[in-house]
Design a protein around this ligand. Structure first.
Ligand code: ZN
Ligand code: ZN
Length: 184
């Protein structure tokens, strides 16, 4: 899939909407994309496998901080997390010392971005239900995890078997668990 000009997302209620652009000097697919199983990410997102991706804050418009519905919570002294104060959607992760980057929770991107547009005119039904083909979408490129961190919290047989390099804690605290780093 070619580099998109932009991708859109927002919270569940729609009070927060944003677009991320990909100028030629930015990575496509984005590189800072990983799954973190730390307890704080799990609690904030309500997900066992919270996944987010890092983007230059300057490429996100309109700026999240200018939206009165956008609230933040200091989950530690060096990081805070953003959410919608109206509907509660967990949206972002920010390092205090890196205001130039914003990590967006991947589930906040729009369905058409992640899965493609629904092609209702070519839908069919069988014993499984109604199948609606999709057109476009960049989910595979956008969401393929480049790392897994805090594997010490993995639930055996449930959240420990995914492709990609796996780290016991943060990436800075040790080598990946697999010799090749490819998660095999
Ligand atoms: Zn909302
Ligand atoms: Zn985490």
């Amino acid at each position: 899939m070619a580099r998109p000009e932009s991708i859109s997302g927002g919270c569940l209620c729609g009070a927060i909407r944003f677009t991320i652009t990909f100028p030629q000097d930015t990575d496509w697919p984005p590189t800072g994309n990983g799954i973190c199983q730390c307890t704080m990410c799990r609690k904030h997102s309500g997900s066992l496998l919270p996944q987010n991706c890092k983007f230059p804050t300057a490429n996100i418009s309109p700026p999240l901080k200018g939206n009165p519905a956008f609230k933040t919570y200091n989950s530690s002294s060096n990081a805070y997390r953003g959410f919608c104060g109206d509907c509660g959607s967990a949206l972002t992760f920010h390092f205090v010392k890196e205001p130039e980057f914003t990590e967006i929770n991947l589930g906040a991107f729009d369905e058409e971005v992640l899965c493609g547009k629904r092609d209702e005119s070519n839908a069919w039904e069988d014993e499984h239900g109604r199948h609606v083909p999709r057109i476009g979408g960049v989910g595979r490129e956008l969401c393929y995890p480049q790392y897994h961190i805090f594997m010490e919290n993995a639930i055996p047989g449930v959240t420990d078997d995914f492709p990609g390099p796996k780290y016991l804690q943060d990436k800075s605290t040790g080598k990946p668990l697999t010799a090749s780093g490819d998660g095999s």
